[in-house]
Write a protein that binds this ligand. Sequence first.
Ligand code: G6P
Length: 611
Amino acid sequence: MCGIVAYVGHRDASEVIIKGLKRLEYRGYDSAGIALLNGELNVYKKKGKVSDLEDALKGKNLDSHIGIGHTRWATHGEPNDVNAHPHYSSSKKLAIIHNGIIENYSSLKKDLLNKGHKFSSETDTEVLIHFIEDIQSNNDCTLEEAVRLALTQVIGAYAIVIMSKEDPNLLIAARKGSPLVVGIGKDEFFMASDATPIIEYTNEVVYLNDQEIAIVNDGKLRIKTTEDVPMTPYIHKLEMELEAIEKGGFDHFMLKEIFEQPKSISDCLRGRLDSKSGRLVLGGIREYANKLVNADRIMIVACGTSWHAGLVAEYMFEEFCRIPVEVEYASEFRYRNPVIREGDVVIAISQSGETADTLAAIDLAKSKGAIIFGVCNVVGSSIARASHEGSYTHAGPEIGVASTKAFTAQLTVLSMISLIVAQKKGTITERKFHELLVELETIPEKVEQVLKLNDTIKEIAWTFKDATNFLYLGRGYNFPVALEGALKLKEISYIHAEGYPAAEMKHGPIALIDQEMPVVFIATRDSSYEKIVSNIQEVKARKGRVISVVTEGDDLIPKMSEFVIEVPAVQESLMPMVSVIPLQLLSYHIAVMRGCNVDQPRNLAKSVTVE
Ligand code: G6P
């Protein structure tokens, strides 16, 4: 979703900003723009990629030590040059970039139109900067004060940065609901939607909190609230390495991230699990651990791939901990007046930690007295900070829009949480607990083994690259994997795909099956093995083209399948971490063969910071 980069300091601002915008490309966007100050406040913006903006900048005087840049993911107004950010104020003395939605923009716009303001775009953002300028001239106050007053009247979510023609050393930023990080260098400051554009310059950052305004002026950073209360900035030290956000020899981030999974799962387990001593500890779950153990039920809120991880967790918590679990789409949960009682337990799962619906679901649950456990990948993210306790997945930055390593790391953390709770509750035998610890430790090498099948999977991809539909079927723990496999294919190859519980197929999708229809069965050896064998027969009988993911050594299902992918044997509850890998690779190769932009699929955003 929209990306923000701003810079003030001794470097060439346009270089820092364009490079930063490229680092943010992974968030998903449809246009890009930049404002620079060299006597004039110049705004350049273009529909399309950052490279299109670069082309448009050729031959322009870009000499400036201050600037703001933006990648836009359209919400109000179609993606075009005019609606792209930055936006000027009425006098063209101010420019703004914005991520989020100003919900009361139409009433603000009406008042401003009555006062004679003219707007060139259809965006809510342009209304905000006109509003700020209007307040400044009516109150004869500083820009800082006008921004603050405006924000007290704005309804909605925002991360904004504003610069002014009148002041070549001033950047004003603010946030509510959308992320914003301030990087502190030596005599220079950076602002960005996340730390990726910043880390090559400094590892010292301040995460702005909701309702806070950051003012960088004459080489100093001040922070205050929209209520005008000064705040002391808390400086975090980033631990992220630059290589972690570069492709490292792979053609795409997605492929790199798929291949990183043995490492990301190990990183997630490191220091937390030791099967020899039977030690399993999550440092982030302490004070509230008993709330989980004594919970009457657990609600899991998430979106997209994280929601699929939540479904796997439901199976684990119910099996091992005997606690009823409800897995909710955050966007539905927050608007359907859910029954939440004081002390209820909510687990929020989010790779980015910034998904607006998940954050709002947390706020709702908290307001009713629920205890929130966050499972996030991005350290310091809004959801991590809004949670009472939680565990990071430590998968490292995930840049490919289609989530891969974050999913397996989420499953790793969720399985550890369920085992800790089950042990404390006494709902798991010591033997089973120990078996699962040993098994968890072997997952990285089993994933490694599956990755060796890359070439085989590529061949399967070649056979089916022109398919128009796909069906993914699984049962039990492999049902969420079927959903995830279908989602991966849709996201990056634009082939229509459905994931379904294999038995439920008879109640609808079976009507779609003919000799053209590829049907991917995730049919590893588990408690529903015999049942899924029957489902495969049902598809075969209707001439569907069967691709099966099976456990090594299976000699039955291969006879019924056109293509077989063998994965190592794994305990049923941990199988999703392994059985999802071939599906990630299959969608990746199909998308590449179809010429799709794998890392930045159309219309999708990595971090969905608007509802
Ligand atoms: C977007 C991303 C998905 C992700 C979902 C939830 O749709 O493209 O990959 O699963 O948001 O994001 P989160 O960061 O909350 O896990």
